[in-house]
Design a protein around this ligand. Sequence first.
Ligand SMILES: Nc1ncnc2c1ncn2[C@@H]1O[C@H](COP(=O)(O)OP(=O)(O)O)[C@@H](O)[C@H]1O
Ligand SMILES: [Mg+2]
Length: 366
Amino acid sequence: MPEKEDALVRAIAAAGMGIVRLASDGRLVSMTAAALDLLGLADAPADADVRTLPLDGIVADFPEEHPLLPTAEGRVQLRFRPPIGERALLRQAIREYDTEGKAAGWLLLFWPLAENRPEAQLRRQQKLETIGVLASGIAHEINNPINIMMNYGELIQDTVGPDSPLYPYAAQIIAESERVGKIVKNLLAFARQEGQAYAPAWTTDVIEAGLSLVRSIARKDQIALVVDVPERLPRIQCRSQQLQQVLMNLVTNARDALNEKYPSHHDDKQILVTAGEFAIDDRPWVRITVEDHGPGVPEDLRAKIFEPFFTTKPRDQGTGLGLPVSRAIVHEHKGVLWLESEPGRWTRFHVDLPVDDGWRLDEPEP
Ligand SMILES: Nc1ncnc2c1ncn2[C@@H]1O[C@H](COP(=O)(O)OP(=O)(O)O)[C@@H](O)[C@H]1O
Ligand SMILES: [Mg+2]
């Protein structure tokens, strides 16, 4: 009775539940549209063969002997290519049998996790927007006095002349004001009020520009910034300043992590920045990775650290904004920001960006 079955599937989909059907060896057989959504594959063509979807398989760590799982604990990690670190809640795993009563596979029923439901996403978005408005308000408020300070610094220099002992003091006032001005400018960019247009940029240039801003802070803390990026990486359609911001945030976090583990010099006090190309369904992507051998991120914090204002750092150090803002920026670039970590040993943050997301560069390469 196919028709009735369709109605049933539609009703279940309307409730937000996704269904995945697996063969008994764990191979993917089919899945509903809602399941595609939950697995972040909503853009897959409607007639796509499920076996070709960028899904490495469902790492369902449910025990063979318990065909019906307890509903609350059945968290299953879904592994993606690239892994996106998102989880759905496995509501039930139902054993399927063929007409002869032989085990034929599994029917997995997924709920979206609470934080992935639309209303939670909206709340998060609103929080980020509030931060943006606040930040830009503060930035404008600070800009004026900073400019005035800089002007007075220059006035002092002009008045006393370069031979005066006051001259270097004035120079210091100007330099520091410029620094604050830069922070404010970053804050504005960060608040995403500047509305930079998307334009093609060489991946390598974006990485270089982002790192140039954090080199000195790494050096100050006796951290070696090891960059291993191939010369020839494709161009990406991006807001380059925002991507630089993302890199800065990740490197700054790596620095904090290393400082926590190694207060002074240590041979392993390194931040590794690597990049490379890969493909999803024949489409080119680039991956930029920031790795540190710091304390790592415990399993139970991996979703939390992306929440606005979540920080494990002292009050005067952490804002808890770096990761949520970075993730928002990467999402706007249709990319994925995710992490792997072995607590106590290392952390890797990956920025995966599509090179060709329906746009093409027709002009010849320079
Ligand atoms: N490389 C890392 N190693 C260990 N923990 C990290 C790393 N990067 C981020 N974190 C964790 O994520 C939290 C949130 O990071 P973030 O959003 O940048 O805010 P903040 O750096 O202000 O705390 C940090 O407080 C820290 O606990
Ligand atoms: Mg941070």
